[in-house]
Write a protein that binds this ligand. Structure first.
Ligand code: CUA
Length: 359
């Protein structure tokens, strides 16, 4: 390209172009890793907005703003670089009247200064903006009036522990978290096995979940609705099906949810046979049902049927999917840690009938 430059002053422009395009690639990669948008199908139980650009929580707003800033600066650099490049190609193309080589340019103080100073200023601006965002997004202590929720990531599902409203005991549930609108939610993130990452794009950015180390994150849903997310750190075979589901509701509905979740397990004598099988087969070793069994390896099933999905969001929860799951979980979630117990149809019916009463 340089051999086409006829006059010294154009060397300056090219230098700026090269410096700017290298910066563009750096800034561009930041955006690519942040702005992931998925396009779910309409039948998909997890159809929802996973865009960071439709934020609905203070830290998510901060992330959206810096994403736009980085995108804007990158776009400006792109337009300037490509514009001058195209202009130069046309303006300085070889013509019939040109004889021999153009003037050769070696070294220039203004050019060296420009390609050092301009990118430095841009990087400085981006660094300051990023630091400010990190301060807002990663609080070091729980915001005032927050609800404290313990999140325990398992291969490949989520366990939630929420202090009961009356201060007595803890609500334990799985995969579907219900929170009150407008109240800060302070999450303590822990792992039962490998590294996972908690990410609900509309509520906050990713926070890694490291074994033997508690991390924190927070959000505050500004409107009622379902907010979907995804484990964002590869954690094994079913990483892609380790889905997050947060439902934000008003205060009254949240209280009602807490009361229901902390109510004693339903005991229906008509499904006693299924309950006995649950206790006599391997089910009870992994699953807790308050007052019935105490396993902790799999999700707590005390109020199983109050949830809308099964297998951490792989399918809607209904009698058909529940039966398919108990028959062989590998049907719905290949590689998950629950084995098929190879039950005969009568055993299957009895256990599913029992589980369906766990409202
Ligand atoms: Cu858990 Cu990926």
């Amino acid at each position: 390209m340089f051999f086409l430059i006829a006059k010294k002053r154009f060397a300056f422009i090219f230098v700026v172009l090269i410096a700017a395009s290298s910066l563009n690639s750096i800034a561009g990669s930041d955006v690519a890793s942040t702005a992931v948008v998925c396009a779910p199908t309409s039948e998909n139980i997890n159809a929802g907005d996973l865009s960071i650009f439709s934020s609905a929580s203070p830290p998510a707003h901060e992330i959206r703003e810096i994403a736009w800033l980085v995108l804007g600066i990158s776009a400006a650099i792109f337009v300037v670089v490509e514009g001058v490049l195209v202009w130069s190609i046309i303006r300085f193309r070889k013509r019939a009247r040109d004889a021999g080589e153009p003037v050769q340019v070696f070294g220039s103080n203004p050019v060296e200064l420009a390609w050092t100073v301009i990118p430095t200023i841009i990087v400085f601006v981006l660094a300051l903006a990023t630091l400010r965002t990190i301060r807002e997004v990663q609080l070091t202590e729980a915001p005032e009036g927050s609800l404290n929720v313990d999140v325990i990531a398992h291969q490949w599902w989520w366990e939630y522990r929420i202090p009961n409203l009356d201060g007595n005991g803890t609500i334990v549930t799985a995969n579907e978290l219900v929170v009150p609108v407008g109240r800060p939610i302070w999450l303590t993130l822990q792992s039962a096995d490998v590294i996972h990452s908690f990410w609900i794009p509309q509520l906050n950015g990713k926070t890694d979940i490291i074994p033997n180390h508690a991390n924190h994150t927070w959000f505050q849903a500004e409107r009622a609705g379902i907010f979907l997310g995804q484990c964002a750190e590869y954690c094994g075979k079913q990483h892609a099906n380790m889905l997050l589901r947060v439902t934000a509701v008003d205060d009254a509905a949240f209280k009602a949810w807490c009361v229901h979740q902390s109510s004693p397990v339903v005991s229906d004598p008509s499904v006693e046979q299924g309950r006995d099988m649950f206790l006599n087969l391997a089910c009870m070793n992994c699953h807790a049902i308050d007052g019935v069994s105490g396993g902790s390896f799999g999700p707590n099933l005390t109020h199983l049927m109050s949830r809308t999905t099964i297998g951490s969001g792989v399918a809607p929860l209904n009698p058909t999917t529940l039966r398919a799951w108990v028959d062989d979980p590998q049907n719905l979630k290949v590689g998950c840690n629950m084995p098929s117990l190879e039950l005969d149809p009568n055993q299957l019916d009895a256990i599913v009938a029992y589980l369906l009463t766990l409202k």
